[in-house]
Design a protein around this ligand. Sequence first.
Ligand SMILES: [Zn+2]
Length: 394
Amino acid sequence: VSLLLTNIGELVTNGGDAAGPGGFASVTGAALVIQGDRVAWTGPASQAPDADHRIDCGGRAVLPGFVDSHAHLVFAGERSAEFAARMAGTPYQAGGIATTVAATRAASDERLRANLRALWAEMLAQGTTTFECKSGYGLTVADEQRSVALAAELTPEVTFLGAHVVPPEYTADRDGYLDLVCGPMLAACAARARWVDVFCERGAFTPDEARAVLSAGQAAGLIPRIHAGQLGPGPGIRLAVELGAASADHCTYLSGADVDALAAGNTVATLLPGVEFSTRNPYPDARRLLDAGATVALATDCNPGSCFTSSMPLAVALAVREMRMTTQEAIWAATAGGARALRRDDVGHLRPGARADLILLDAPSHVYLAYRPGVPLVSAVWQDGELAAGAPLA
Ligand SMILES: [Zn+2]
């Protein structure tokens, strides 16, 4: 079955020849044909081929679905009191994760599944069509295993994050916990995960510990990614590049050597401005990364502690307003950039052959996502060629 979307005011294809954010490209007065679960054709509306069904987009914009390459959605409980205290002046520390670990361990599979599905529905309604999901609030073999299993019910982009923090029962035996993560826990999780991640930060794991975790994950067939440079400077970003990690996430604290390594390597710099917004910290220097030639992605880091938003449009608006990214750079980073961070070439763009994951805005151009922050502009979402959220006609 084929579907023609026509009279598209601006069709963002990300079909440009340039690598990186220069790859943003769009067509005005455009049409797009979906055949099955794929994009079959894009171009000027006047040249569009016939299709079984037809939708007049009324001059509104169509974009690739957002690719949220960093999210922590398998958890129970909430930490609004911690947020309120932080806004009243108490600084964020990584140890708050233990609160969520306790609630997650105590929760039933059904409770965790319901919470995960509700968050996924929320993301989808805001235009996210691909998402990564981490474990990391179980921190026992059984709880990490069920976390990756639950995530795998909804996404192929599952990340084993047993090395999120050292859980309270191992405070006096860090090495024992590292052995558990790199041994039985990894063995229990690797079959359902694609990625291995570690929180390389003061208060979480040291660079040597991070190297051990990522190397063990690689030996088990997983591809590394890392949390680094969120709370302070350190060697985590360079470690990620050295190990060939797909992405180094946060990058809020960047040295010149970090920027050089990211620009020269294949590791994407994934920026999570919702975290800085929600922790009232300085934003990462996106301009410095972009100007150096690094590949930048935007993601939410949706989690109950440091950033409880599932909104990619918010990440775009913050990147433009607070991080001096252009609107085109921000949209590329939230779509094609996220796809790079997940090493996917079937999403994040709308060239023929792409997965038919796309969003219709109730606005004439992508600029409105930053120009009208906080306004729900995503009016319809197609995933794999099927209408998955919203409605195409106002
Ligand atoms: Zn995170």
